[in-house]
Design a protein around this ligand. Structure first.
Ligand code: GLN
Length: 543
């Protein structure tokens, strides 16, 4: 029998609900339970695939090709939950399904309403999110309690708990205790009001997780307990972390959260909680042997969430190399305006991430040229790999007007273009290569060396490909094709030989979606390793 945890948020957005949900999943796995993780998003878009990264952060992609909310990235980095199409539902996705049913006549002429039709659809989605063998299913409700948009979801989880046994569902509410500098104290009123809103709808949270920048005073849990009708021991402090988000789960353990969850859901742990390895990992984060600086030259650098998974991948790779990875976020457009030398001088490695459209493309080309010519370790991801191919074609092969068909569809030398089958499609919607695809690695390449085996599977999200018509010319000029999709004969990885450049790799896929703090992605791990070697080389040269 699966137990359910529902996580809501109150007072303000951006409290780190996704992170807290993921940390709870992590704790339950450490207690021996199998978990599933799901996010319900109140916005109307059917999925975030069409939303601007500037507004919503990165689009996270799962193995099955679902374009999803970035919180699913936290879920995958913290837990082993199987994440896919049912792990993320939005209001748009729910309504689309209900309206389709209505048009088909499934409701037999009844008036279709929020209650029960929309709420039934949400309850169905919650059940679909439970993967086989799950002991505890964790569902995070996006948005903030009190928002108009989230009401049907909150109503649905209330009904869901009513449909199940009294110890089968647990409501955890994440809230904020703001610190007032003038009076030097934490305030509980917003929390009281937010819990009041939940209780109006008929939900009594059993656990409150209180985000705070200062420790709670000893009398606060009792006060919150009294006003919010939550047991004192179930008022859990979640203080701002000092140096890494990976402190969150152990902080929650120290605050007594696991016992509260076990008690409320009437669960016996299957394993003794042992987190010694995690403390060791945090020690490495606190006291790294090396420090390097990596430039990320992209289009959306103003918003940290736009490249969330990439930054996390670098963090994990840093842990594996006992290295602090400092980020230099560089606007690709600025590189084009002010020159690579000025913005990239002194970095130990350069990463060019994925993207779409013309803006920033020339800046990416310049950043890549700078990395290639100055022997700075380089990792190009998706658009970054495509730009690396264009750069090589232009500056090494002498195809001066080499470009991508993405924004120059009539250009004569498109070294990046659409696959044959896609060329006649007028509507580009749904034509992206999405989700997991196989790739075979060539022997004796940097990639093969990193992965340690021949056949890999990585996640994709793009429309354009390396144009095979230029393969011979580019490889003859020294660009190595290190990985190929065996079914479609598509180039997935390009590299330069270590004889030419210490570490230069471009990948058509998104390695950043497959990394965990204790299992860093092999390419990121070696990229950071190469950056450390670069720093040592440069240091030795200057002394
Ligand atoms: N714009 C490129 C394409 O569609 C790359 C996409 C990406 O970087 N995710 O092929």
């Amino acid at each position: 029998m699966t137990k359910h945890i529902f996580i809501t948020g109150g007072v303000v957005s951006s409290l780190g609900k996704g992170l807290t949900a993921a940390a709870i999943g992590w704790i339950l796995e450490r207690l021996g339970f199998k978990v599933s993780m799901q996010k319900l998003d109140p916005y109307i878009n059917v999925d975030p695939g069409t939303m601007s990264p500037f507004q919503h952060g990165e689009v996270y992609v799962t193995d099955d090709g679902t374009e999803a909310d970035l919180d699913l990235g936290h879920y995958e980095r913290f837990t082993n939950a199987k994440i896919g199409a049912h792990s993320n539902y939005t209001t748009g996705k729910i309504y689309r399904s209900v309206i389709r049913k209505e048009r088909r006549g499934d409701y037999l002429g009844s008036t279709v309403q929020v209650i029960p039709h929309i709420t039934d659809e949400i309850k169905e989605a919650i059940k679909l999110g439970v993967t086989e063998g799950t002991d505890v299913a964790i569902t995070e409700i996006g948005g903030t309690i009190g928002d108009i948009e989230s009401l049907p979801f909150v109503e649905a989880i209330r009904q869901f708990s009513l449909d199940n046994g009294p110890r089968d569902c647990l409501f955890i509410h994440l809230t904020l205790l703001p610190f007032l500098r003038a009076s030097g104290e934490l305030k509980t009123k917003p929390t009281q009001q937010s819990v009041g809103k939940l209780r109006e709808i008929g939900i009594q949270p059993q656990i409150l997780i209180c985000r705070t920048e200062k420790p709670m005073s000893p009398d606060m849990p009792a006060k919150i307990s009294l006003f919010c009708n939550v047991r004192k021991e179930a008022v859990i402090e979640e203080r701002d972390v000092d140096f890494s988000i990976y402190e969150v789960p152990v902080d929650l353990i120290r605050a007594g959260l696991p016992q509260q969850i076990l008690d409320h859901l009437d669960l016996e742990p299957k394993k003794e909680l042992n987190v010694d390895d995690w403390y060791r990992l945090l020690e490495t984060v606190k006291h790294p042997t090396h420090t390097i600086e990596v430039a990320v030259a992209g289009k959306y650098i103003e918003l940290h969430d736009a490249y969330k998974s990439i930054y996390e991948s670098l963090h994990h790779a840093g842990i594996a190399n006992s290295c602090k990875v400092k980020l230099r976020k560089v606007s690709a457009e600025q590189v084009a305006d002010r020159g690579a030398e000025q913005l990239l001088d002194g970095v130990d490695a350069i990463l060019v991430p994925g993207g779409f459209g013309e803006r920033g493309f020339e800046g990416k080309i310049q950043a890549i040229r700078y990395a290639r010519e100055n022997h700075i370790p380089f990792l190009g991801i998706c658009y970054g790999m495509q730009a690396a191919v264009v750069e090589y074609a232009r500056h090494v092969c002498g195809i001066d007007d080499a470009t991508t068909a993405e924004f120059e569809p009539e250009a004569p030398h498109q070294v990046i273009n659409l696959m044959e089958e896609q060329k006649n499609l007028k509507d580009l919607g749904g034509t992206m290569r999405l989700g997991a695809f196989d790739c075979e690695l060539d022997e004796d390449t940097l990639s093969r060396h990193a992965y340690g085996y021949e056949s890999i599977s990585e996640r994709h999200r793009h429309r354009y490909e390396f144009n095979n018509a230029y393969r011979e010319q580019l490889t003859a000029a020294g660009l190595r094709v290190a990985g190929v999709n065996p079914h479609l004969d598509l180039v997935e990885i390009v590299e330069l030989s270590p004889a030419i450049h210490p570490w230069f790799v471009g990948v058509q896929f998104h390695p950043e979606y497959k990394t965990k703090p204790q299992q860093p992605h092999p390419l990121f791990r070696d990229f950071v390793g190469a950056a450390i070697a670069h720093r040592e080389r440069v240091g030795a040269g200057s002394s």
